[in-house]
Design a protein around this ligand. Sequence first.
Ligand code: FES
Ligand code: FES
Length: 159
Amino acid sequence: MIAPLTISLDVNGERVEAQVLPRQNLADFLREHLALTGTHIGCEHGVCGACTVRLNGDIVRSCLMLAVQAHSASVQTIEGLSDSGEIADLQAAFRERNALQCGFCTPGMLMAAQDLLRLDAAPDRERIREHLSGNYCRCTGYQAIIDAVEATAKARQAP
Ligand code: FES
Ligand code: FES
């Protein structure tokens, strides 16, 4: 019998303390313990990007991390970015340009796109494509997603 461990971390600005099994990954912890189901699980192998979250300011694949590794960290999920309004313009651009269809990839795609826009305020299409290349979308063909990110970058640059 493996004993659970206590972890304490900040999730979307709230202090969270929980008991987790040592082998539980961060994606499952967010979904099952905290009901933050916007973090999707696709491949569980670090390939698809559906589980992308922000950890101490950088995006990570939460299926590749153990929950215990997030002890003392600050985690932001798509719910946190959405509720704070940080990505309201990006979400609107995705809606306007039909950059989502089934929506499965969308939370991870938005997390990765916002990460790029924080690193590079004026990325060209090639840079956007490269930054999002680890986030798979089976529906859209990517063009509309690139359009939405490019439009958001331009709008944020406008005086
Ligand atoms: Fe984590 Fe696919 S579920 S990268
Ligand atoms: Fe369906 Fe991207 S919108 S996987």
